[in-house]
Write a protein that binds this ligand. Sequence first.
Ligand SMILES: [Ca+2]
Ligand SMILES: [Ca+2]
Length: 494
Amino acid sequence: MFLTIILAVITGLPPITRDLTGADPGSWEDWVAGEPEPVPFSVKPLFSCSCDDGIDFAVLMEEGLADSLTPGTIERWALDMAPWVGGVLVAEASYSTPEEIRAWLSEMHGQGLDGVVLVGDLPVAWVMMDNAFTRSSETFPCDYFLMDLDGLWEDRWIGYPSAGRSGQDGKYDTWGTSGLAPEIYCARIMPSKIGAEVSLLQAYLDRNHLWRTEGDPLPFQTLCYVDDDWVPFSAEFRDAMRRLYPLVELVSDPQQTCGTDYKENRLTAVYQWISPFVHSSPLLHQWSPGPDTYWKEVKAIDPQARFYNLFACSNCRFTTSNNMGSIYVLGTSYGLAAVGSTKTGSMLRFEPFYQTLGEGGCLGEAYFDWWTAITAGGFSSYEMSWHLGMVMIGDPTLVPAAPMLGLPDDWIASPEPAVMTILENPCVSSVRVGLADGASGVRILDASGRVVASNPAARGGDTVEFDMRGLPSGIYTAVTESPAGVAAVRFARL
Ligand SMILES: [Ca+2]
Ligand SMILES: [Ca+2]
């Protein structure tokens, strides 16, 4: 460890996060053995909204999965995300091949698609790559294949290219020299690897809706927890996070950072965002000086954090049972999203990611901007070794800054004909909201997007009055839902 720090200081580059256990992280052969036989590609639309200007975001679900959820769940999800991303299509896709999904995404991108999330058991592309940095080779699932839609990805070797055996084995190993920048963003939600798929997904989508409508109490505490190997870079890591959150607690004292402190003092505290920097495997964090933190412990502690940036080798190997990325996001009562890697390495050069988030971008946009920065000027073997395993787990349309920045400006428009009218604007001690046919429920949000009053039973034809006494002067937003989409109207309280 001490040697690594010295080397890092001398070279000026951070040491790569890697698995010190040397255990099998979950092989391609095991993955293939557990997957269904591919069938012809088909996409069946289930629901869409706000699509007048086309589809901006797609939810691709495993066949039959939506039918297993509580009725209304996917519609609610789409209506929740539409104000942030535009037109939303929810569809189910047959279990075909990653190449056919990529071709469909490419066609959709030609019509304006910005991003996608794959939900449930759907095809995965794999890569076999000689690692330029650690001089060890790795086989890993790679979702970047579904973000770079026009770059050249080839399967020219059986096994690792360094073995020199030409042929095809179903894993990518060779890339073109240009065009490797992303075209769209892609995220994954694959609960089946960590437990009961339907109940985990239902719980995830329920808390996703609750977080969007109610948020978390301010102020947000966030944690940058840097283990020994990266101490020289810790201030830089924290400063990048400050582009999103004003309050970032940095813990990087080698005397303090260890498994005991992480488990007993960090995972139990109230942080909205946790970024651990630690050697890891898919199933555990390997602290210096220990003890390890296992996925089971994370699940038992049930941390309250919403978002994670896992600078933790192979922690997001979503094809491996009980991978920690999926545990943090889908296996706790609070998790919403994580970025991390399916292999050695992680994110690095964090600024573009947090900059976009700080400006109110959604996770997917920030992730896209980060990839764009990484691949600018070419995608070197050093960069591939660090980053080609990066994935996003969770809903990429979530906007972590929403509770701080409020609602997007372009959202404040009621569908025509208006389903909701503010009868006093500005208002003084109360506000009356008139609802037309089709309207369902009213919520009053403050400028940060938090619900301050609601009447879920209100329906078209009702006039609903809300007592505004006790609330500060300022701008509020009334929100109702209708078959045409979410309607939101701003008003002022004097
Ligand atoms: Ca190959
Ligand atoms: Ca590209």
